[in-house]
Ligand binder design. Structure first.
Ligand SMILES: *Cc1c(COP(=O)(O)O)cnc(C)c1O
Length: 376
């Protein structure tokens, strides 16, 4: 049995919708599938606006432009995240300020975040690791007190929720990813969700190469011109047609993943009791989306050994991230605030199990059995 780490999900209507997009003779980001997906986000999240983007990275870039992030500004984020979260800050000449994570969730430690706030703090970027939401109520309360913008990296968080509200509805802005490694995919893709109306008017201009083309299309002006900084942040109809098919089956895809997640969680309970490993946890305020199933090995050496053992048995487990504060660009562009003890220790011991919607019960059992065999 060969078990890859990830396989992109497949839904019923992908080919049909792409054919419709082709027949519509409208392939840019202004087509009807883009409109439908934006409506889907508004209905699902209750957001003010959404832009389907070429990636989560580009959605985060667009958020930096909207939050007016520039030289002299600081943006606080966890060091334990994917490169994109910090890269967009450095790209606009601001300083990423790295803080430690909470060992329970690997999400930003809000106490450490609060201590890292300075008069230069222009934004914070919580990352919902594994799709499990950060403590957004505390983060939003701090943002009200200190006046910074909250841009959530919700790359992994589609169909998860916090305090009964979809995770992407938290924060002034939130960015999703639909890269093929995520729960819902369209190859390469993302979305910027705008939950705060003050960013709406500029967002229409920033997404469209800095022009007021939308006002022109609405018949509000008779020609469009360069109005503001911007870029090309719209996604092609072909990818968005695929995305709509996936979103329509999103609940089903998520429930398959949750079934596998629960099977892993029960399957490793005895090993946790025996003190061999520690399973991931989901706080009571959070409903997960099974983006990742991970556990913590006891030591970094043991993780490497287990990873190799699984690989020999055709199971592709993976680890991540190399903490950004110790990566070459992190050292060059960023700064550390406070201790990085949890990030350094836990990131060296975390191991992720294969996870995708099409896994079978037998395949998950096979992985669970091999992990047990290792610890025998
Ligand atoms: C996947 C991921 C991204 C990048 O998403 P792209 O759509 O590939 O740009 C950013 N942040 C986190 C936390 C991710 O997991």
């Amino acid at each position: 049995m060969k078990i890859p780490f990830n396989l992109p999900p497949h839904s019923q209507n992908e080919e049909k919708y792409i054919s419709q997009a082709i027949a519509n003779r409208k392939l840019s980001g202004e087509g009807s599938f883009n409109k439908k997906v934006v409506e889907w986000f508004k209905a699902h999240l209750g957001c003010e606006m959404a832009v389907v983007t070429p990636s989560c990275t580009s959605a985060l870039e667009m958020a930096m432009v909207l939050a007016d992030i520039g030289p002299g500004d600081e943006v606080i984020l966890p060091s334990f995240t994917f490169t994109s979260t910090a890269n967009v800050i450095a790209l606009y000449g601001a300083t990423p300020v790295f803080v430690d994570v909470d060992p329970k969730t690997m999400n930003i430690n809000v106490d450490a975040m609060e201590k890292a706030i300075t008069p230069k703090t222009k934004a914070v970027m919580p990352v919902h690791y594994a799709g499990v939401a950060c403590e957004m109520d505390r983060i939003m309360a701090l943002s009200e007190k200190h006046g910074f913008v909250v841009v959530a990296d919700a790359a992994q968080a589609i169909f998860s929720s916090y305090k009964g509200k979809p995770t992407g509805a938290w924060g002034h802005m939130a960015a999703y990813s639909f890269h093929e490694t995520k729960n819902i995919v369209c190859g390469e893709g993302g979305a910027l969700v705008i939950n705060d109306a003050r960013f709406k008017a500029r967002a229409e201009i920033v997404r469209d190469k800095g022009t007021n083309r939308q006002q022109f299309l609405n018949g509000q002006v008779d020609k469009y011109t360069w109005q503001d900084k911007g870029s090309s942040y719209l996604q092609s109809e072909l990818a968005v047609a695929f995305l709509l098919a996936q979103l329509e089956e999103g609940e089903k895809i998520t429930s398959h993943r949750l079934t596998h997640w629960n099977q892993y969680h029960q399957g490793f309970a005895d090993l946790e009791k025996q003190g061999r490993l520690n399973r991931m946890q989901i706080p009571g305020d959070c409903q997960g989306n099974a983006h990742i199933y991970y556990f913590m090995c006891k030591t970094a050496e043991e993780r490497t050994k287990l990873w190799s053992f699984l690989k020999e048995n055709d199971i592709q487990a993976t680890f991540h991230y190399v903490p950004l504060h110790s990566a070459p660009a992190g050292i060059k562009y960023g700064r550390v605030a406070g201790s990085m003890e949890i990030t350094d220790d836990y990131s060296a011991r975390l191991l992720r199990m294969p996870m995708y919607a099409d896994l079978t019960k037998e395949e998950v059992s096979y992985v669970i059995n091999k992990v047990h065999e290792f610890y025998k």
